[in-house]
Design a protein around this ligand. Structure first.
Ligand SMILES: [Zn+2]
Length: 330
């Protein structure tokens, strides 16, 4: 089994090399790309939502090379135009990763876990940096051992690999209860599903199936329960089978942590009908995105997302056929 999978890895590397027309000398001569976007000078930002104390923690950034397949119904030129209109570089798509820690009703709750310095960019022209979470948590004065609950939005690597030690898969937060959407858990832990996934997603499914079901502190929750006092799951499927947003309510104030429902707002909120390659079911993702964003507008909530411009907290308004999300950078 091991020999087979090892051989297929070597084979697929060789095939990939052949497909790109690489030879050894070219591979050696290729320049090393490095992160263009500087890390924020302070990797944590704190704000209040009613009595909830929210801390945004910077985990890293994906500087994603342009790819005609990124959206099935928008061109690279349209993507660059939308980025420029929102004031971003057009050299690549800027996708920061932010993790949120919420202190509410005496509980310390972390929302997703970042990429744990273990997420690879699919494209060699892209840069993927993650795993700054723990250092920024320390800088913010948060003791990881005191985190009682971790809410997981979905099982993509940039949201769950921070739960796993790099080489051993040991739990980074062994004492926390990890609450996950039941539909997401069911999808990824079903061994019969692995073969139906695109090849690039199969190692992820394998890693999830090796680890998550044996952890005793993982609790799948179905529906839109109040998973901890003051925080509810909000079902927003499409990005993945069980993708879930988190709704925080305290006093008169509400915050919707939209996670990946509108991942890069300059693209996906402004153009909610664009169908992204990273949305597993793009039509369903669009329906969920519109429903979630309409609710945030109607109820005058604050919004933040895992990949919004750092530090993520923003205001949303309807803007023609789409939405504009304005993120405060302080
Ligand atoms: Zn993500």
């Amino acid at each position: 089994m091991f020999a087979t999978s090892r051989r297929s890895l070597i084979l697929s590397a060789a095939v990939a090399g052949a497909a790109f027309g690489l030879d050894k000398s070219l591979a050696i001569a290729a320049p090393t790309r490095s992160q263009q976007t500087p890390d924020p000078t302070r990797g944590f930002v704190r704000y209040k939502v009613g009595d909830a104390e929210c801390t945004a923690l910077y985990d890293g950034i994906w500087e994603k090379a342009h790819d005609p397949a990124y959206f099935s119904n928008a061109t690279v030129a349209e993507t660059k135009e939308a980025l420029a209109a929102a004031g971003f570089t057009t050299a690549f798509v800027t996708i920061p990763i932010t993790v949120f820690v919420i202190k509410l009703n005496g509980k310390l709750v972390m929302c997703d876990a970042g990429g744990g310095d273990q997420v690879q960019a699919f494209n060699p022209q892209s840069i993927f940096v993650s795993g700054r979470l723990m250092a920024n948590m320390a800088a913010a004065g948060i003791d990881p051992k005191k985190i009682e609950t971790i809410l997981i939005s979905h099982f993509h690597p940039d949201h769950i690999f921070g739960l796993l030690e790099k080489k051993t898969n040991s739990p980074v937060f062994p004492n926390a209860e990890i609450i996950v959407p039941a539909a997401e858990y069911k999808f990824w832990t079903d061994p019969s599903m692995t073969g139906r996934l695109p090849k690039g997603r199969r190692p992820l499914a394998h890693r999830i199936q090796t680890v998550i079901p044996i952890w005793k502190n993982v609790l799948p929750v179905a529906g839109e329960d109040e998973v901890v006092p003051g925080i509810r799951f909000v079902s927003a499927p499409g990005h993945t089978a069980g993708h879930t947003a988190f709704h925080i309510s305290s006093g008169d104030e509400q915050l919707m942590i939209s996670n990946d429902a509108a991942y890069v707002p300059a693209l996906c909120a402004k153009h909610p009908g664009w169908h992204g390659a990273f949305d597993q079911d793009a039509a369903l993702a669009e329906t969920s995105r519109r429903k979630l964003l309409d609710r945030v507008v109607a109820d005058k909530m604050m919004i933040c997302g895992s990949h919004f411009p750092w530090p993520g907290l923003g205001k949303i308004a309807k803007d023609g056929a789409g939405y504009t999300i304005t993120v405060s950078t302080t």
